[in-house]
Design a binder for this molecule. Structure first.
Ligand code: ADP
Ligand code: MG
Length: 252
């Protein structure tokens, strides 16, 4: 569904990603694990088409990202959505949260997600359905971001990100800013939504346990280099890269 082919990116002559090749299958999750500064968020920005590359390409559903313009670019943007570490950054502080949730739907009036078919004509009802989908109480619909907890805000950000029924959801450290007790709930929600909506996920994290829980496949990044990619069930294999073994040991 998504292929990243031989991508290289430098910032001010400093290599940030070197020759990265990855693929994401339909309906599957790819975990990208690596320490801070390893290039994870840069990779996310490249896949979203927000940052240029020096070399290599991103191919989404058979089409080169750099060839997209106009309608096909808009269609791509609909199908690739992101959830950031800090949910506050994706919510407008001046809007009641239900308005932030349906904003993408307002930008794409022609898109009718299957789970919103019956209510597509009514903005409040769409927001209500999306709140349901992410396990939020309807009583929160009129609240403003500052009135909600971190976990609730992240659910709002997730509702917004899935509102257009994207084919691919990029989650960039989606639980790193949350209390430990809330992290598992958000991971469960993401896993459940992936199943229900048949989405692919790129799950970026420095938390190996979270990546293991979420993903069929794991890619290990270090200093902008892809050390290895392997099926999650082979994480304890003797074949693993020494660095991966170190990560596994630290997580035990
Ligand atoms: P991660 O998400 O794994 O922490 P990032 O992709 O954010 O890593 O950053 C990788 C490297 O690229 C870091 O050394 C960072 O300082 C650098 N970097 C990221 N964005 C920029 C930018 N816009 N300009 C210059 N350097 C950047
Ligand atoms: Mg990052």
């Amino acid at each position: 569904m998504l292929a990243i082919h031989s991508i290289t990116k430098t910032y001010e002559a400093k290599p940030v990603l070197s020759d990265i090749t990855l693929r994401v299958n339909r309906g599957e999750s790819l975990g990208v694990i690596g320490e801070s500064g390893s290039g994870k968020s840069t990779l996310a920005k490249i896949v979203l088409g927000l940052t240029s590359v020096d070399k290599g390409e991103v191919i989404f559903q058979g089409v080169h990202l750099h060839d997209l313009k106009g309608k096909s670019l808009k269609n791509f943007r609909r199908h690739v959505q992101i959830v950031f570490q800090d949910p506050t950054s994706s919510l407008n502080p001046k809007l009641p949260v239900w308005k932030s949730v349906i904003e993408p739907l307002e930008n794409y009036p022609e898109v009718v997600p299957s789970f919103l078919k019956e209510v597509r004509h009514d903005k409040k009802q769409m927001a209500g359905m999306l709140f349901n989908q992410v396990g939020l109480s309807q009583t929160l619909i009129e609240k403003f971001p500052h009135q909600l907890s971190g976990g609730q805000k992240q659910r709002i950000a997730i509702a917004r990100a899935i509102s257009l029924q994207p084919a691919l959801l990029i989650c960039d450290e989606p639980t790193s800013s949350l209390d430990v007790s809330v992290q598992a709930q958000i991971l469960n929600l993401l896993k459940q939504l992936k199943q229900e909506l048949g989405m692919s996920i790129i799950f970026i994290s420095h938390d190996l346990a979270a990546v293991q829980f979420m993903c069929e496949e794991i890619a290990v990044l270090k200093d902008g280099e892809l050390l290895e990619t392997f099926p999650t069930e082979e994480i304890f294999s003797v074949k693993r890269h020494d660095y991966t073994k170190k990560l596994v040991e630290m997580a035990l």
